[in-house]
Write a protein that binds this ligand. Structure first.
Ligand SMILES: [Zn+2]
Length: 660
């Protein structure tokens, strides 16, 4: 996530909040839309890849090392897994109600006040836990650290309490009756998994504010009352149960429906037979033609996605969008009947937005309902890694592109362009297995592969779609896999396993085996078989070669600036130097790499260029020498003379049909 508050301007970290921008906003990497998001990405990850010829492969770990590692890991795992948290159980609670208070005074203090009231049957300790993460944001955030002024009372008398573990409060009731706990929550995280306030506005997630009784399951009903200024609005996906009162039948639903409270714009319309709301903060941030364009995009992508599954899974859907100048990018976080977008101002009105909406809305089916069994049901007290996140995220991203082309927002060329960007991204990163990348996301790998399961998973979706269509003579597609699993797993109240995924793919593809595809391209790290599969859909990869000017300096953006990580001989720069400017371009300029390339593309090899760095606290001007490398770009193109069968498959994929 990109996390910003007034005290920490420009802190940029790698994280899941770049959800879906990693791939699709690479539109902007090409400089066509020039927003800051992608430029930052370019600085942090792509610059390295372009500054030096990319490694074609990384050395495999020796087999012996792997065996030793396996043996070392096996021993501790053989014992029973017991943790203090797993056996802790709260006294049973009934009639659970939450109350959230956010007024002008709260906004000024950037604190939201929460109260939780429930009934107990005696003096047994009550254990109340706050989640460690918000599902969809695959990272531990420990929301309990934003809590202050915790208190508990019964009949007007304070109750004793302490911490049972870092995110669990232990409250000791004095007897039968109603207990209320209260706390303040720091609302200064501009992060769609967390809580953020302005003097007139609040975003909050239930995972931040609603403690649950430890060890009692999540199948309890609860209500939420919002206390706020008389003229302010409240928007949430929760079911209304009275004036500013909302109800959920279980905790999973309760914490999956974030809230906007305060002054913001909201309107709604019917799409695919249900009401869709669009709420935008600040007021006036999306008006006139820009607002019309958003509605037009939603009206095109939602029906295209509904068609894949054959049903609308929500009663209402809310798009909750914040635009703020302090945000150096854009991100979305999905929920079962809403999603929250947080955008830098530069993102507004760009073609990236329909793509972002399409991705987040497709999640309403794929991951919020059709979900790997490793994450079913959600748990909130620890990580929930799954090797199948490439299906939940990458395949979702494939369908975001398909929804755009099937809905007519982009033409087939636009679809190929989005695919090109994904291919280039994967080509520029170390070979990484989809299953490994899926598992690793929780630790945010720093080698650039942390989110490769988006782009590479999307490409796996394209290849599988083509192979299924080929095996079935375009009578079936990946759509059938998604719809079948949605009905067999989700509709039966459970998650799907890897075996189920692959057996469904095989069944839909008329019995074709995908075990080799799985072993080589999903569990393994072999390069994708584009040359073999794309022609089945009348497509192929063209290679373009370009001369790219470089100085031989690789760098990495972190929270303190842009730092040199590696240099070519004779550049005069050292690893660790902070780059201030390069050939007259400020390293703070998010577009400096593009500007550099376009200005020096035709200069002579060896031209001296000044590089200003900061080393040991002092600025120095050094001289680096311009040189050129050959860069090969891959481009998806149509076969001008496809066979009738290949054309059917290509058209079927782009139009969302399987008729021969
Ligand atoms: Zn996603």
């Amino acid at each position: 996530m990109v996390k910003l508050d007034p005290a920490e301007p420009k802190v940029v970290e790698y994280s899941i909040a770049w959800e879906s921008l990693l791939t699709r906003a690479s539109l902007a990497i090409r400089g066509r839309y020039g927003n800051e998001v992608k430029q930052r990405l370019e600085q942090s990850t792509l610059l390295f890849a372009t500054a030096f010829p990319r490694p074609l492969h990384i050395p495999e770990m020796r087999i012996k090392d792997i065996l030793l590692l396996t043996i070392a890991l096996a021993a501790p795992l053989s014992g029973p897994r017991v943790s203090a948290q797993a056996i802790a159980t709260s006294a049973p609670l009934t009639d659970i109600r939450y109350e959230v208070t956010f007024t002008r005074v709260n906004g000024e203090r950037r604190q939201v006040a929460t109260a939780m009231t429930f009934t107990v049957g005696g003096t047994d300790p009550v254990l109340l836990s706050l989640p460690k993460w918000t599902p969809g944001a695959y990272e531990i955030d420990n929301f309990s650290r934003y809590v202050s002024n915790f208190s508990a009372e019964q009949n007007g008398t304070s109750l004793a309490w302490d911490k049972a573990d870092p995110d669990t409060w232990r409250v000791r009731p004095r007897g039968v009756g109603e207990v209320t706990v209260q706390f303040d929550y720091l609302a200064d995280s501009l992060d769609n998994a967390n809580t953020w306030s302005r003097p007139d506005f609040l975003l909050f997630n239930g995972t931040n504010l609603f403690p649950y009784p430890e060890g009692r399951g999540f199948d309890f009903p609860a209500s939420v009352t919002v206390n706020t200024e008389a003229g302010w609005k409240v928007v949430t996906g929760m079911t209304s149960a009275g004036p500013r009162r909302y109800a959920a039948s279980n905790y999973h639903d309760l914490v999956d429906m974030p809230f906007f409270v305060g002054q913001f714009d909201v309107d709604s319309t019917q799409i695919s037979g249900t009401w869709v709301r669009f709420a935008t903060y600040p007021s006036g941030s999306v008006t006139g033609g820009a607002r019309v364009a958003v509605w037009e995009a939603l009206k095109r992508v939602i029906p295209a996605e509904v068609k894949v599954f054959g049903e609308v899974p929500w009663n209402t859907y809310s798009v909750l969008q914040i635009a703020d100048p302090s945000y150096g990018g854009g991100s979305g976080l999905e929920h079962q009947n809403s999603h929250v977008d947080v955008l830098g101002m530069g993102m507004l009105g760009t073609p990236v937005l329909p793509s972002l909406y399409a991705h987040e809305i497709f999640h309403a089916w794929n991951v919020k309902r059709l979900r790997p069994s490793d994450m079913w049901p959600y748990r909130y007290d620890e990580e929930q890694p799954t090797p199948l996140l490439w299906i939940s995220e990458g395949i979702t991203d494939y369908y975001a592109d398909l929804a755009e082309v099937r809905g007519g927002i982009i033409d087939p060329k636009g679809f190929y362009l989005l695919t090109d960007d994904k291919i280039s991204e994967v080509e520029g990163l170390p070979p990484t297995a989809l299953e490994d990348a899926s598992l690793s996301t929780w630790v945010h790998p720093r080698d650039g592969t942390g989110y490769i399961y988006y782009s590479k998973g999307s490409l796996a979706g394209l290849l599988l779609d083509i192979m299924i269509r080929d095996a079935s003579d375009n009578h079936a597609s990946l759509d059938d896999v998604m719809r079948t699993l949605y009905n067999t797993a989700y509709k039966n109240g459970r998650g799907f396993t890897s075996d189920e995924w692959w057996s469904t793919v095989s069944k839909v593809a008329r019995g074709k085996s995908f075990s080799d595809f799985f072993a080589r391209y999903v569990d393994g790290r072999d390069p994708f078989p584009y040359e073999k599969v794309l022609p089945l859909a009348g497509l192929r990869l063209a290679r373009d070669t370009a001369r790219v000017p470089q100085l031989g300096i690789a760098s990495l953006q972190d929270s303190t600036g842009l730092h040199v990580t590696a240099v070519a001989p004779a550049a005069g720069v050292k690893p660790g130097d902070q780059l201030i400017s390069v050939a007259g371009f400020s390293a703070d300029d998010p577009e400096w790499t593009q500007k550099f390339r376009s200005r020096f593309a035709r200069m002579p090899e060896g031209t001296d260029l000044p590089v200003i760095i900061r080393r040991a606290g002092a600025e120095q001007t050094l001289t680096a020498h311009l040189h050129f490398v050959l860069s090969v770009g891959l481009r998806l193109v149509e076969d001008p003379r496809p066979s009738a069968r290949e054309r059917r498959i290509r058209d079927g994929l782009l139009r969302g049909v399987t008729q021969p």
